[in-house]
Ligand binder design. Structure first.
Ligand code: ZN
Length: 475
């Protein structure tokens, strides 16, 4: 994999910002894939080197630990694991350090900046996040409204740990909110706790605690379409792979969840996982048991390595239930989105009114298989198959053959309209070897009538009269 490391610097500014209505959240993304950069491992170690104030009356390390616990309580895939220590931070040492410092690894703090999180990534994975609190500020630890000249460390740590998780400033992404304002907004406010928007933002990346309800095939969540489309969301954190479950899109995955949908009629279905917060795989199946599924379609990436959502398109048969497995590539986890769009087929599905019939013939004989199908006004097309494989140029309602040992086997015809296809019965052509040539005629005997050859006309006429006479008698 190409080395994709990149430094992202984000800061919590002092000051106030006007607020209005709310909806969202923002992420620090991998510009190559557009996906959020996330911590990949269940354990997210923090080395907290904040100590106390000189008098020992304010425990900054405890305030940072409390902030980490606030995040831990609402996310499922990872947990911060704080260790209290002493020392200074080092950039690019793959240790996530929390320190007070007068500068950011040699770079001066901006006048308004309270703290920064410096992060590194490899692909979509966070590899390091150091949090540096500006030592030029006067730090306290308190709840409620901001106090003049004293900055609450816990709410700043909450904000910076949000950056470490992968969250960005929603206000700077053009989103506006009513108080209480999100902790992840770029300015500190009187709010000192996570808001529902902060929680949603983190759960989109790491899921809530617990196991998703549609973890198992048998508990697939049913999808209902409105105006032939649906968007459903979920998460696959703590999801598992079941015994006998297939790999989806040929990737081992391991964190699959399931949805299901029953086609109301024949038509074309497109499903994709755009809007998911990690690299996904998608498989579509029919069947009743997770260890005996028929694959209908599967996909890993829409555009390999660039658009890492998955998409499939397939023709659905009316009344059939389709199962959609969404897994993370190599078991990646996050909030997931599955979009479904259905286009009902136009025209009428064909109905076969006369099936082809099996035949047993002698080699060299002519054989004709035929089918009769109706589909209202819809044009019907045919494709004959021999032993399950399409026959070239065999696309009319009948199939003419000269029997030979090479074309003995099974035959069927797929009858199609724009609404879909139906298959005829499978029939068998049995070819017997040609009989041995007839023995040569015996030599003519003397005094007999001349030669063999066809019976003469009068002889056939006599036979017919005989048959008629017998028929009349039996009335
Ligand atoms: Zn920030």
């Amino acid at each position: 994999m190409k080395n994709n490391r990149q430094r992202v610097l984000v800061a919590l500014l002092a000051g106030l910002l006007a607020a209005a209505t709310a909806w969202g959240f923002a992420y620090v993304t991998n510009s190559s894939t557009g996906l959020p950069v996330k911590w990949p491992s269940p354990a997210y170690p923090l080395r907290i080197m904040l100590g106390t104030n000189p008098g020992g009356t304010i425990d900054y390390a405890a305030a940072a630990q409390a902030a980490a616990q606030d995040w831990n309580a609402i996310i499922g895939a990872i947990q911060f694991q704080g260790t209290v220590a002493t020392g200074t931070a080092t950039d690019r040492n793959r240790v996530n350090e929390l320190v007070f410092a007068a500068n950011i690894f040699g770079e001066a703090f901006d006048t308004n900046t309270l703290a920064v999180t410096t992060t590194w990534r490899l692909g979509n994975d966070r590899t390091e996040g150091d949090i540096i609190f500006n030592s030029a500020r006067n730090w306290g630890a308190y709840n409620g409204p901001t106090q003049s000249g004293l900055v609450d460390l816990k709410r700043v740590a909450l904000h910076e740990l949000g950056h470490a998780l992968g969250l960005d400033h929603p206000d700077e992404a053009g989103q506006t909110f009513s108080p209480p304002l999100p902790i992840m907004n770029s300015r500190i406010t009187s709010n000192d706790t996570l808001t529902p928007d902060d929680v949603t933002a983190a759960q989109n990346l790491y899921g809530p605690p617990g196991t998703p309800p549609n973890n198992n095939f048998a508990n697939a969540t049913a999808i209902t379409l409105a105006n032939n489309a649906a968007t459903v969301t979920g998460y696959n954190t703590n999801a598992t792979k079941e015994p006998g479950e297939p790999n989806h899109a040929d990737n081992a995955g391991g964190r699959s969840v399931w949805w299901k949908w029953t086609a109301p009629s024949a038509g074309s279905v497109t499903a994709d996982t755009r809007g998911s917060y990690s690299d996904t795989t998608l498989g579509v199946y029919t069947g009743n048991s997770v260890n005996a599924l028929t694959t209908i379609a599967s996909n890993d990436d829409i555009n390999r390595g660039i658009v890492q959502a998955s998409t499939v398109t397939f023709n659905a048969t009316g009344g059939v239930t389709y199962f959609f497995a969404v897994d993370g590539f190599d078991g990646d986890v996050s909030g997931l989105t599955l979009n479904l769009a259905f286009t009902q087929a136009t025209g009428t599905l064909p109905t076969i009114t006369a099936q082809p019939v099996s035949a047993t013939v002698t080699a060299g004989a002519s054989v004709v298989f035929s089918v009769t199908a109706t589909a209202g006004a819809s044009p019907v097309t045919y494709q004959w198959q021999f032993n399950g494989a399409n026959l070239v140029d065999a696309t009319s309602s009948s199939l003419s053959l000269v029997a030979s040992s090479a074309n003995a086997g099974t035959y069927a015809v797929i009858v199609s309209t724009t609404a879909g296809s139906v298959s005829s019965n499978t029939v068998t052509l049995t070819v017997n070897a040609a009989p041995p040539p007839p023995p040569p005629p015996p030599p003519p005997s003397s005094g007999g009538r001349g030669g063999g050859g066809a019976p003469s006309l009068w002889f056939w006429g006599a036979l017919s009269l005989l048959g008629l006479a017998r028929f009349l008698r039996r009335r």
